[in-house]
Design a protein around this ligand. Structure first.
Ligand code: P6P
Length: 340
């Protein structure tokens, strides 16, 4: 045949995580599979609305009312509502934590399940009018044995998560997930309405050539951060300097780091005592994915996944990426610690 025959071997998200579930054997009840499918559905819904909002925002600005004329809900509120509703309705969750909600949602009655989902429904949404990629970030804990599902089930180190992922909304929707057995990437085929496996077994390069920091905060940076950046911008022994890439949307910066390597950092500094990124639903999921892809994720003083959260919206310094690059950064923090 001269025209390209469509592949008849398409691995959809559902098929791929079902295979993953079978790997776990009869103990797996399929609840995680069902839960991840519910999350995938919300990502499809959000992807559609992000795409439409770009049009509405632009048209809205011109004509005062948007194309549908309906009251346009803020996209991040809309994204939060679809996720809370879909996760509660899945019957697989007991506790939900959202960047958009001050308090955790405790699921009661028949709908209560055994998983806790912490999420940022639309991270980076301030970038949407510029057409910059934004995303949904999520992490999943199983409730602790004997627990009915309380806030204590999510105030646990990220190392106790059983899954994490993000969906990046750009020219296409990319869903990247790990259930503890490596990292896989799926791309939404809008014709099928299915996420198709496009990036099996993502492995971050051991070292990259890109650093991703907001250097606009340099005047506030602590010594170790400044010294590390100096070492890659003015390298000794004839090495080439690293390239700077900073999108200002965590999902996009982390996605590029996973695929191309290098280091992403949002340090704590004199202005932001604990940095800016949230521990539970930004730092933990991205650290989980980075480690599953063979990279490192540190606060500068220790492994991000070992931090024990005290409150659900607390912040945490983040340095993550290629293991050799992050190891180089850690040396500067150890030198600093060694001084005292
Ligand atoms: P800054 C977006 O607002 C966000 O929460 C992350 O997605 C992103 O990495 C960070 O803040 C960007 O922050 O201070 O560099 O604009």
């Amino acid at each position: 045949h001269d025209e390209e025959m469509p592949s008849t071997e398409i691995i959809t998200l559902t098929r791929h995580i079902l295979a993953d579930q079978m790997r776990l054997g009869p103990a797996a009840t399929g609840d995680m599979t069902f839960l991840l499918n519910a999350i995938a559905l919300t990502s499809k819904f959000i992807a559609t609305n992000v795409r439409r909002a770009r049009l509405i925002n632009l048209v809205g600005l011109a004509g005062e009312t948007n194309v549908q004329g309906e009251e346009q809900k803020k996209l991040d509120v809309l994204s939060n509502d679809i996720m809370v509703n879909a996760l509660r309705a899945s019957g697989k969750t007991a506790v939900l934590v959202s960047e958009e909600l001050d308090e955790a949602v405790i699921v009661e009655g028949r709908q209560k399940g055994k998983y806790c989902v912490v999420f940022d429904p639309l991270d980076g949404s301030s970038n949407i009018d510029a057409g910059v990629n934004i995303g949904t970030i999520f992490g999943i804990y199983r409730i602790q044995d004997g627990s009915e599902g309380t806030i204590q089930d999510v105030l646990r180190p990220g190392s106790e998560m059983v899954a994490a992922g993000y969906t990046m909304y750009g020219s296409s929707a990319n869903l990247v997930i790990s259930t503890g057995n490596g990292v896989n990437g799926y791309t939404l085929d809008t014709a099928l309405g299915e996420f198709i496996l496009t990036h099996p077994n993502i492995q971050i390069p051991a070292r990259g050539k890109i650093y991703s920091f907001n250097e606009g905060n340099s005047m506030y940076f602590h010594e170790p951060t400044l010294k590390y950046l100096e070492s890659i911008k003015y390298p000794q022994n004839g090495k080439s300097p690293y390239s700077a890439r900073y999108i200002g949307s965590m999902v996009a910066d982390v996605h590029r780091t996973l695929l191309y390597g290098g280091i992403f950092g949002y340090p704590d500094d004199k202005k932001s005592k604990s940095g800016k990124l949230r521990l539970l639903y930004e730092a933990f999921p991205m650290a989980y994915l980075t480690e599953q892809a063979g990279g490192l994720a540190t606060t500068g003083r220790g492994r991000i996944l070992e931090v024990v959260p005290k409150t659900i919206h607390e912040r945490c310094p983040v340095f993550l990426g290629s293991k050799d690059d992050v190891a180089d950064l850690i040396k500067f923090y150890e030198a600093e610690a060694g001084k005292h």
